[in-house]
Design a protein around this ligand. Sequence first.
Ligand code: ZN
Length: 324
Amino acid sequence: MNNSSRDISRRRFIASTGLAMTSVCLVPRRLVGDEKDMVTAARKRGEEANVTVQALRRNVSALIGSGGNIAVLPGDDGKLIIDSGYLGTRGKIADALSSLSSDPIKHLVNTHWHFDHTDGNEWMHSAGATITAHENTRKHLSSSTRVEAWNFTFPPSLAGAIPTDVFNGEKTLHLNGATVALKYYGPSHTDGDVSAYFIEADVLHTGDTWWNPRYPFIDYSTGGNIDGMIRAAEANVAQATDKTIVIPGHGPIGNKAQLIEFRDMLAAIRERVAALKEEGKSLNEIVAAKPTAAYDEKWAGSFINGEAFTKLVYKGLGKETEKN
Ligand SMILES: [Zn+2]
């Protein structure tokens, strides 16, 4: 499935180090160092990231390395791009896009509002893109939005960065000979997550409803919750076939079997944490019981560890966000 990969930036930025997987959602406070917050630190790391192009199927490619994974479909209608990465990686993203074709950038879809998926919105809009997103994504980008877990308040985005083509539910794009189905997950990682499914190519971009293979961040400040994450994981499993190529929000390109594993992990940990809570245990006692222990080796990586994920799950028990 991993077809030709070309490391565009390696040719020009030989000194860059292996920061391809770096994203804000993965940056723990303890690694922030001199930076005053995780967002600033993540943006800074993003400037040093490599951007790798991975051809997938039927002219759909993935750009991996600048914040959230980016999907691209070039063609006569102009390039369609899913998520816009970090602003600091603009040059590397532009080089990668040019390496695919000379078609102008015309269409951008945001899977959700988080800055590691939307910081490039303004420049892509300036280059000619109309921005499509869920209406809650426009809401968060249009107004001052605080994420408690990142200890950061985002100011309203520049006008050109704000999606002008919004929907709530489903929307189908017919571009470059392809059919692309956009679908709202309901509140899950945030309250504005959408999938982008390239029907003919059978390529699914899940946004941050799937992290491969990592515990996911869940943004309770803008409407995310664990039960919604599990529902989104179910929806991804239902959408994919054994042949579907799946682009996660973060991590390498994957497949249905990995989506199933992710869903099962989320559901099992939620069940364990809920059972401990039912027994009357406090959050500290639940953390001490290590309900994620069997999963940490595979999913904890070096960033969102078992304790942090236990707290994210606990936070959502019994106060689920109402589904739109
Ligand atoms: Zn996100």
